[in-house]
Design a protein around this ligand. Structure first.
Ligand code: FES
Ligand SMILES: [Fe+2]
Length: 443
């Protein structure tokens, strides 16, 4: 229940109580006093419902935190708005010698929960506009959004008919499976070549994903299923969304950048996300400690890599083992990460971190947590909050940095170079580059 809904419910119940509860009636004809008692009763009842709504939200409702593109990681000083600060950083930023902007692989387009049967949504991915729709049989499809007839956006006002999407402009119908036009309502014949591009897609772990390959090749690997999510042992407990102004590779590269863990993520989550203040004296009695190892996986999963992350907390230098957490961070291709949490008594769960390029230097990062159904929702919500605070510190770096292709690395940074070699498998000769995008005015 959102705060707005809770407030609405509170007011509604309050109004009902005014009409139904004869609070003033048992006050023996006190006139004004009776009215006052009645009003006070209503306000108290309304406040109780609000409080219950708020408690329900804290204890049971999933945590949902959706950040806008300018919300995190920019310094707005001198009376500038965040939006202006973000714009200036983007305009002045040196991009560096960038790798191709769209690697080959699977990318999340939408959470399954957000697409009902018969619903269509317009989504920006990999510099394209796609229409994601769910046929009446329940299957999700992804097709190019622009109608080949006269260019209307199929997902903006388009209607789902069976397993087809009907254009809102003149009613041409396109089959989700292969994008072929199967009906033109005012024409006897449908031209053989009338079709939209249909993207290879799959729906797994509560997400709808598309396969991108610059040459249009078929998927080279499948998206692994997290069985506990499919069979309902782990349940949905929240999600967050961030937009990051950086090249996609910068985000997973932090898994190979083991030394940044100490610098960026040692200050406690209580000291916040703004890197100017995270080392404040007030919180120096609390410290996170990280141990990590990163390595690529072997055949047949060379498109995967793993980081084993061990977290400890110290309070005044004393190790507080209650918050020892082990996380297996598995990167699957260029855009998907599965973080599996293990805790001695707080149970197990998974956080899916998906990075999808929206434009060459704008990434949508969605993080969705599923956790053991029998563990109180507060636990995964706390873990997600802690992860997001740490993550937003990285966002501040990503949003303001440039990509350095010939990085000045020391021996202890060797995993960064290894990670770059591993990640380069997702680029091929025709992978789109930023310069190409600029030349063709697509960017
Ligand atoms: S633009 Fe789509 S049917 Fe005409
Ligand atoms: Fe980080």
């Amino acid at each position: 229940m959102s705060t707005g809904e809770a407030a609405g419910l509170g007011l509604g119940v309050g109004a009902l109580l005014v009409l139904l509860v004869p609070v003033g009636d048992w006050v023996p004809d006190w006139g004004q006093a009776g009215l006052l008692v009645r009003a006070a009763g209503c306000i108290t009842a309304g406040l109780c419902v609000l409080l219950l709504g708020w408690l329900h939200r804290i204890l049971f409702a999933p945590l949902e935190l959706l950040r806008g593109p300018d919300d995190v990681g920019y310094i707005a000083e001198g009376g500038r708005s965040k939006a202006r600060a973000a714009n200036e950083v983007r305009r002045r930023r040196k991009t560096g010698d960038l790798p191709p902007v769209y690697p080959n692989g699977w990318f999340r387009v939408l959470d399954s929960r957000l697409l009902q049967r018969g619903e269509a949504k317009s989504v920006s991915v990999l510099g394209e506009q796609v229409a994601v729709f769910r046929g009446l049989d329940g299957t999700a499809y992804v097709v190019d959004a622009y109608c080949p007839h006269l260019g209307a956006n199929l997902a903006v006002g388009g209607r789902v008919v069976g397993s087809c999407l009907e254009c809102p402009f003149h009613g041409w119908q396109f089959r989700g499976e292969d994008g072929k036009c199967v009906k033109i309502p005012y024409s006897e014949k449908v031209p053989e070549f009338a079709s939209v591009k249909s993207w290879p897609s799959c729906e797994i772990n509560g997400q709808i994903l598309v396969w991108f390959h610059c040459d249009g090749s078929d998927p080279e690997w499948t998206v692994p299923e997290q069985p506990e999510v499919t069979d309902g042992r782990w349940v949905y407990r929240g999600r967050t969304e961030h937009f990051i102004n950086a090249h996609i590779q910068e985000i997973p590269e932090n898994a190979g950048d083991l030394s940044h863990l100490t610098q960026l993520h040692t200050p406690p989550i209580t000291s916040g996300v703004d890197l100017r203040y995270t080392y404040s004296k007030m919180w120096e009695f609390l410290r996170h400690h990280w141990k990590a190892e990163w390595a690529p996986e072997s055949e047949p999963n060379t498109h995967c890599s793993q980081m084993l992350l061990r977290h400890q907390l110290t309070v005044f230098g004393l190790h507080w083992s209650l918050l020892d957490v082990n996380v297996v961070v598995r990167q699957v291709g260029p855009g998907l990460v599965y973080m599996v949490f293990e805790h001695s008594f707080l149970g197990r769960g998974v956080l899916f971190q998906c990075v999808t390029p929206v434009e060459p230097l704008l990434q949508c990062v969605s993080q969705t947590i599923y956790y053991q159904a029998n563990v109180p929702a507060l636990v995964p919500k706390f873990l997600l909050t802690a992860e997001i605070i740490q993550f937003e510190r990285d966002v501040m770096i990503w949003n303001n940095k440039k990509y350095v292709s010939k990085a000045l690395l020391v021996k202890e940074d060797s995993a960064i170079q290894k990670h770059r070699r591993w990640y380069s498998q997702f680029y091929s000769e025709n992978s789109p580059r930023l310069q190409h995008q600029r030349d063709t005015l697509d960017f």
